[in-house]
Structure formats: structure tokens, C-alpha cells
Ligand binder design. Structure first.
Ligand code: SF4
Ligand code: SF4
Length: 431
């Protein structure tokens, strides 16, 4: 028996195809130029592209219990709340201790080029010392986004990844099985956003018309509960203005029918932006299912089929404009998530109902490479050898399905079947 459709809302959502990301950071740089090229947010990347395995940005955000304190412990010592006096500052520190420090993001630096140009003649070669862009003082750089790339892979590197640590003996790490891929991340514009729930000032809000989560700069008092409250660590503190800032999903562009800057400039063309319809009455129960492994399915269950006449009637009843309903029908995002089930949510166990979904990378089958020359794109190979994919299914499952390998395996098999089919079509072979 069909369940009745509750209140329908529209949400702008994104799907990223991880097989296509080359880690070029064009998305990060163009986003930064558009949104965070200002004093106070030098360290901020609304869009970052993580090396996986790796510690992420801010480092170890998937294991936030390790953080010992907030900004007060940074060595630079100049990051002070501008809004509020000593009392609020102390209250923020004591009531809200689990904040990443500046070193957990990274300390932006430049080089002291002046020294190169003006150093007096001497026996030693002058050097361009790294200098912090925030304090202006020389800095010893100990961390930055994608530091994991420079460490060159291998077991030592992957051992510091919180996901690898959670997997323990269930994942084999040695040089023969080294793997890596890139994971671009923006704010998830969650259906159940904990940043909104945690804001004592009522400054964080989720827009009713398109689900974009924003910060009201006039109402923000700089408590930074949202920074702690967001498990994806996608709210940032502007140390110049004393206010929280975050990804806006480029709402001024979306409002006039343009894609987000990151989608438009992505070199791999891997970001699909679209509209999904969801039943807002189902969100609470779906986010609270007892077993985290059921969260992927429960999150799917919240989304509605925009081609279903009953859903369309309910959407019209609830004031969704007709062109949005049509956009949802045509949306590649809806098709990839709900119809073909090849896109998965990032860390559904955080229970915020994230709305940026990922098509997992389809890596080669390691064992088959040596013997047959076949790789993971051969569908026959994949059906027999899913356990020997270069990127372990267990690792992807920890990222996307709270540890349940079945949906990941199903998505990878579908991808392999599609590639195999398209290859046959393009080569004129029988499919
Ligand atoms: Fe809020 Fe974080 Fe979800 Fe973005 S990812 S909506 S900042 S809880
Ligand atoms: Fe990946 Fe596209 Fe960003 Fe380049 S621009 S890092 S391909 S998401």
C-alpha cells in the first residue's frame, strides 16, 4: 500500500562523479575568487578537494574527538573574536571547545620575496622564507590541504586517515595495494542541518524555496556553535568580522538560472546540479533510524519521484512552481540518485541528510590486471572480482553508506555494465 505524500519541498542538490575528478582545484580557486578572497577568510575554502586516503580539510574532521580546543590554542595568537568582549570569548571557549584550530585548516602563507631581491651580497644563497599571511611572521608550515599528496602515498600516509583507522584490520594496506582518489567537498545543504539547529542566534537558516543553507550576517553573533555543530566542518569563522560564513551554493547565480561557479568551471565536467523533491514530513523519522546502515535507504525514501502524478499534485498544492517540478523531472541529479542508484551520500551516519551525492570511483581490478590485461571496466571481471578492486569497497562503504558494502557494490556494477556497453557500442562490437 502506498504511503500518502506529505508536505513537498524542493531542494537544489548536486551529484559529483568521482571517477572524473583529477584534483586540479579549478573549482576551489574559482570559488575562492568569487566568495572568499577577503581578509579574515584567507584560510577558508568553501570548496575543497581532498586527497583520499588522507586527513581531509580541516584535518581529521571525520574524527573530531581528537581536537583539544579552539582558536585560542593557535600559535599565531592573533585570531580574536571581534564581536563581543572578554566574557563572550571565554564563554565560547568553555561552552564550545571542540573547534578545529587554524593549524587544522592550514595557515596560509606567502614567501618573503623581498629577502631574495634585497639581501646583501654574501657567501650564502638568500632564501624566500615562508611568511604567514595572517600574522605576517615567518611560519614553519606543518600542514596544508592536500599535504597527503606530497607525502607520496603508501601505508604510512593512509594510516593517518580516520576512515582507514576505523576499518582497522578489515583493510589491507601495502605498497602493492596503494590507492588514491580525490573527493571534492562543499557544504551539503542538508535536509536536517545541524548547523541550523546549533545556532543560538537564529542566524543560520535553510531557505524554504530551494533548501540552500545560509548565514544571516546581521544576526550572527560569532558563537561558532555552527562550526562545531556541522559534522562536515563546512561553516567557517571570519576572524576579521567575527561572523560565520559558508558555501552559499552560489544562490545569486542559481536564482537567475546559472550553475554554481564550481559546477561551471569544473574541468572534468563532473558536477551535476539539479532539483529534487522531498517529503519534509519524512525527514525526522528517516534521520533517526536506529541502524546507521539503514540511513542510505531511509534518505532515498525521503526523496520523491517528480514524475509520479500524486507527487506532482502534492507539489503544486504546496506551492512548488511548475517550472521547478519540470526541472526535477528532467534533473540528472534525481536520475542518478533515485532512478539509477549510482550516487551515494557522504557519511549518512552523521544523520544530517546531506544533499551532495557522489558516484563512487570505479577503479581497476588489481588481480586481473597482471593475468588477463583486463581492468575494472570489464563487466565480467567486475562481477567475479569485486573484492579485488584497487580502491577497497570497504573504504568506499565507510565513506558513503555507513559501512554497508552492498549499495556500493551495486553502484559499481551498474557503472561497469554501462562502461562495458558503451565501449562495445563505440567499437561496433556486440554488446
Ligand atoms: Fe550545515 Fe554542515 Fe549540513 Fe552545510 S554540511 S548544511 S554547514 S550541517
Ligand atoms: Fe575535480 Fe572538477 Fe574540481 Fe578539477 S575542477 S578538482 S576536476 S571537481
Amino acid at each position: 500500500q502506498r504511503r500518502p505524500v506529505g508536505r513537498v519541498m524542493a531542494q537544489v542538490a548536486m551529484v559529483m562523479n568521482l571517477d572524473k575528478c583529477i584534483g586540479c582545484h579549478t573549482c576551489s580557486v574559482t570559488c575562492k575568487q568569487a566568495w572568499t578572497n577577503r581578509t579574515g577568510v584567507e584560510y577558508v575554502w568553501f570548496n575543497n578537494v581532498e586527497t583520499r586516503p588522507g586527513q581531509g580539510y580541516p584535518r581529521r574532521y571525520e574524527d573530531q574527538e581528537t581536537w583539544q580546543g579552539g582558536w585560542r590554542r593557535t600559535r599565531g595568537g592573533r585570531l580574536r573574536l571581534r564581536s563581543g568582549g572578554r566574557l563572550r570569548k571565554l564563554a565560547t571557549i568553555f561552552a564550545n571547545p571542540r573547534l578545529p584550530s587554524l593549524q587544522d585548516y592550514y595557515e596560509p602563507w606567502t614567501y618573503d620575496y623581498e629577502n631574495l631581491m634585497t639581501a646583501p651580497l654574501g657567501d650564502d644563497m638568500p632564501v624566500a622564507e615562508p611568511r604567514s599571511l595572517i600574522t605576517g611572521r615567518p611560519t614553519s608550515i606543518t600542514w596544508s590541504a592536500n599535504w597527503d599528496d606530497d607525502l607520496g602515498g603508501g601505508p604510512d600516509l593512509t594510516a593517518s586517515d580516520p576512515v582507514v583507522q576505523r576499518l582497522g584490520d578489515r583493510i589491507k594496506l601495502d605498497f602493492e595495494r596503494t590507492f588514491m582518489f580525490y573527493l571534492p567537498r562543499i557544504c551539503e545543504h542538508c535536509l536536517n542541518p545541524s548547523c541550523v539547529a546549533s545556532c543560538p542566534s537564529g542566524a543560520m537558516y535553510k531557505r524554504a524555496e530551494d533548501g540552500i543553507v545560509l548565514v544571516d550576517q546581521d544576526r550572527c553573533r560569532g558563537w561558532r556553535m555552527c562550526v562545531t555543530g556541522c559534522p562536515y566542518k563546512k561553516v567557517y569563522f571570519n576572524h576579521k568580522t567575527g561572523k560565520a560564513e559558508k558555501c552559499t551554493l552560489c544562490y545569486p547565480r542559481v536564482e537567475v538560472g546559472m550553475p554554481t561557479v564550481c559546477s561551471e568551471t569544473c574541468v572534468g565536467r563532473l558536477r551535476y546540479l539539479g532539483v529534487v523533491l522531498y517529503d519534509v514530513d519524512r525527514v525526522g523519522a528517516a534521520a533517526a533510524v536506529p541502524d546507521p546502515r539503514d540511513l542510505y535507504e531511509s534518505q532515498l525514501d525521503v526523496l520523491l519521484d517528480p514524475a509520479d502524478p500524486e507527487v506532482r499534485r502534492a507539489a503544486a498544492r504546496d506551492g512548488i512552481p511548475p517550472h521547478w517540478i519540470e526541472a526535477a523531472v528532467r534533473s540528472p541529479v534525481h536520475q542518478l540518485i533515485s532512478r539509477f542508484r549510482v550516487a551515494l551520500p557522504l557519511h549518512p551516519e552523521y544523520r544530517t541528510m546531506p544533499m551532495v551525492w557522489y558516484i563512487p570511483p570505479l577503479s581497476p581490478v588489481v588481480d586481473a590486471l597482471g593475468e588477463t590485461g583486463h581492468d575494472g571496466e570489464d563487466v565480467g571481471n567486475l562481477f567475479g572480482a569485486i573484492d579485488t578492486l584497487r580502491i577497497p569497497v570497504e573504504y568506499l562503504a565507510e565513506l558513503f553508506t555507513a559501512g554497508d558494502p552492498e549499495p556500493v557494490t551495486a553502484a559499481l556494477r551498474r557503472l561497469a555494465a554501462m562502461r562495458s556497453h558503451m565501449r562495445a557500442v563505440n567499437l561496433g562490437e556486440p554488446p
